[in-house]
Design a protein. Sequence first.
Length: 418
Amino acid sequence: MLFAALMAPLGPFEPAPLLAVAVSGGADSLALALLADGWARARGGAAVGLIVDHRLRPESGEEAAVTAQRLAARGIPAEILTLHGLQPGPALAERAREARYAALTAGARRRGIVHLLLGHHAGDQAETVAMRRLSGSGADGLAGMAAVAETGDVRLLRPLLGVPPGWMRRWLREHEMEWVEDPSNRNPKALRSRLRALSADAAGDGVLIRAAGEAAAARGEARARREAAVAAELAERVAFHAEAYALLAPGPLSPAALAALLRTLGGAAHAPSPAQVAALAANPRPATLGGVRLLPAGRLGCGFLLCREEAAMAPPRAASPGAVWDGRFRLRTAACPPEGAEIGAVGVAAELRKLPMARALPAAVRRTLPAIRREGRLCAVPHLGWPDAATCAAVPLDFAPSRPAAAAPFRPAGPVLA
């Protein structure tokens, strides 16, 4: 198997590619780090390992340090990202996964790296599809994990989705590389662990995993076509604005396109129920759904204005560089906010009433813009240029929803390799 062949459909890549690799210390991610480093070096680039220490087991810190040493011995720099505040309890796996992804993407962002590689393999894909089927997932969910997933500023790449896990272990043994075995992977309380045990296919090259991978790839191709159609529809019917609102041309639109609009403008990970979305898509009208308001466009033109529902917005949060408020706006990592400042909604601010930029926006949009405050005093509203350009430049806030309304089409994994 040539790693270059697995990377080729995941591009484009810059001439001297810089890659970040999520490394748990296990065989799969460790093999990926070595393969990615060799691939990048051959093209004049480099790879860095990002190791997350979740601190959920007493030995996790030592395992992270050992993994960093193993990478360093192969000339691969690594950074240990320590998670704080994770506690055992309900939905621990989901909370840990969200915290891990947040730390990894932040680590890649700090280094200016666009491509973050993840070590999911064919066995993981088969288990994911099985878990989603058991939970009643629809066609998109049964497409499994994407080989390429676009986020606001990082591309998640899974080049090993078609590779059985046994291959990585054999490759590491051939290259005299040891790895860490995480005992939580054998925890019978976890559904993924139980499915793995039931498959009785530790190497991941059996017929069931191959069939699951091929089915997921076929569903992925169908999903890619659907997402491309949504992207084309949005491009034709919708105008997005940096102030986190959109203008929709008159007439019905597809439920999938409306769902993407609601998810993006509402800053949510998922859209409202399909039945609610379908009813509103067939007959767009003034309404509130999924934390988003639909209003007549009025002086902005024909059709409808879509903006955030003021009552559904998140409370203020600390204005630390890189912070995301309301799932929609991110304070850039190079920002220099005042000490003790917070990000929150503009609301009704008398200081802004006479600003031409403020008066140009509908009140429903203006009140939902992000503002920087300190001890309750309004300091800056970057989207309105208030109070001046220099102050706003120190606290740049970007509309950066967790999931773009339309990114590159879903790219499914290839067939499972022997």
